[in-house]
Write a protein that binds this ligand. Structure first.
Ligand SMILES: Cc1ncc(C[n+]2csc(CCO)c2C)c(N)n1
Length: 218
């Protein structure tokens, strides 16, 4: 079994994420600033949880090479993406809040806790399968919308997009895919696909809630 089998099987769903209006508009420079600011605050929480999740996966990695690769990715997350978010929050004079102090979207709370639950309670391969859409889909988004940046005169959105369009980022994602592929078998494919698909759906819902600025209310 190969990563490509997961890609084909889930194509209809992941293309919906890639083509979500939030993504199209950010690459065109047309996304309303209010929505972007809302995304930043929600995503700040998500990234914090995502770093915890990576730490769990690092602890479960099978060998030194996999550990080193995952540590590199955590390093990128902490020192590139998360650092960029801190800068952006300062630029917009926004203050990142803890979960108890902010209103989260339902999908943000559900997705970040889903990742932590799979990583801590299921095996290493399942944890990787649940986590990979988060990285891989941002690469697919970059590939699909990159050409729109030429006419995008929003400097902030350009900088945001640049994080996911570097050779370094591509290499890190490819390393993750190789780790998953090594752990993919006929026997575990169904389970792996289940987690991969759930996270793709969570990515869609994350954008969808943010696009509507829809916090969790009953
Ligand atoms: C909901 C949500 N899903 C995925 C990402 C993208 N992302 C999160 S961590 C990471 C690794 C590199 O820092 C990447 C690409 C996001 N920001 N928000």
């Amino acid at each position: 079994m190969q990563f490509q089998d997961l890609v084909s099987k889930n194509k209809e769903d992941w293309l919906k994420v890639v083509k979500h209006p939030f993504v199209d508009q950010i690459y065109r420079g047309e996304l309303a600033e209010e929505i972007f600011k809302f995304y930043l605050l929600q995503d700040h929480y998500y990234l914090n949880q995502s770093m915890r999740n990576m730490a769990i996966l690092i602890s479960k990695a099978e060998n030194l090479k996999e550990k080193q690769q995952l540590i590199d990715i955590l390093n990128l997350e902490a020192n590139v993406e998360f650092a960029k978010y801190q800068e952006l929050l300062e630029y917009y004079k926004l203050e990142a809040k803890s979960a108890e102090e902010m209103e989260l979207t339902y999908s943000n709370l559900a997705y970040s806790n889903y990742l932590l639950a799979v990583s801590s309670q299921a095996g290493f391969a399942e944890g990787m399968a649940a986590l990979i859409p988060c990285y891989w889909i941002y690469l697919k988004m970059a590939e699909y919308h990159q050409h729109k940046l030429k006419e995008n005169d929003n400097q902030i959105y350009q900088e945001w997009a640049a994080v996911f369009n570097s050779a370094d980022y591509k290499r890190l994602v490819e390393n993750m895919l190789a780790i998953l592929e090594k752990n993919l078998t006929e026997e575990n494919f169904k389970k792996i696909n289940y987690h991969f698909n759930n996270s793709i759906k969570f990515e869609y819902q994350f954008f969808s809630d943010v696009y509507q600025k829809k916090v969790w209310k009953i």
